[in-house]
Design a protein around this ligand. Sequence first.
Ligand code: SF4
Ligand code: SF4
Length: 370
Amino acid sequence: MKVKARLWNKLENNKVKCNVCANECIIGIEKLGICRTRKNIKGELYTLIYGSHISKGSLDPIEKKPLYNFWPGHIAYSIASIGCSFRCLNCQNWSISQANPTEDGKNGFYDIKGYEDSKMSLYEMTPKQLINRVINSGAKTLAYTYNEPLIWHEWIIDTTTLLKKEGIKSILVTNGFSTPEASKELIQAGIDAVNIDIKGMSDDFYKKICGAKSVQPVLDTAKFFKENKVHVEITNLLIPNLNDSREDIEKLCDWVLENLGNNTPVHFSAYHPDFKIPSQEKTSFKTLDLAYNLAIDKDLFFPYIGNIRHENGSNTFCPSCKKILIKREGYRILNKNISLKNTCKNCSYDLKDCIKGDINNNSSNIFSFL
Ligand code: SF4
Ligand code: SF4
């Protein structure tokens, strides 16, 4: 649905500047921004995807987002739209992230070679309709995920405000390429948790692989959310020969330690060749195990491993006595060693700055489409 955008200003000759993400597009009349979801119509900026969804949503384990230290074991009602501020060569969700909306926001289409004839229908909801669906599903959290949520700013602000009133937690799974103004509005609306993808620690990686100018806005966003008491977890997808050296991993761990603190979970995730295949190889177990052990050596409390089986990589350990706090098989919680006061049952370490929300003992690996 087309609605007037937030966070933009007029420039000369009817151009506009969008301040929703760090691309800060300057958009000429009748043109689109880099995300292709915002259009300058007669000198005013509109979003074309307000309330436009790829489906009615899905019910996912929150660990799939991934969030392991926020409402562990709970269901995240997960929604997405189309478009993205990046063009990652490895995008696993390219069929939605690289789709364009029609001007009424009802359909998606592609300008990717070979897919020009493919189309998708989008599902429109009002904020109230979405909130009613989430309430009826019984989920206590809602995740904006799969494509890049930051470009869905207006929809997120309106729906998060309503979710807050219902006591439902809001989650962003994002590339973190925000602006301070946009992040501030999201925090004020009530975003409770974010998983931010730090894709690499160099501008070179962001330019070559993601089509973005720099990593710095991503780091600034992570810091800003953390400073404002939003629960932050980090994901780092390790792509063979591109960002998976020991030096790359150490640089990321050091940055997290120094800027977000050792209680910030870091998810090292396995790459597999997809979309434009920037590397032919999958990430090896050896690389992921190295990342896990480097993080432990640096005293990061909560490293995790995703997309591959790893003996300890999905368990949560006590930062003090190192015993298992939450044992998982896949996304499912097998048992927990945490008291009702949110302390380690073994050593009484206070976990209030480490694990947020209730733990669901009846969690499941299953996700379902609505
Ligand atoms: S959201 Fe980002 S990519 Fe989209 S128009 Fe605005 S600044 Fe450009
Ligand atoms: S930021 Fe995420 S959704 Fe966007 S292109 Fe990159 S991997 Fe895909």
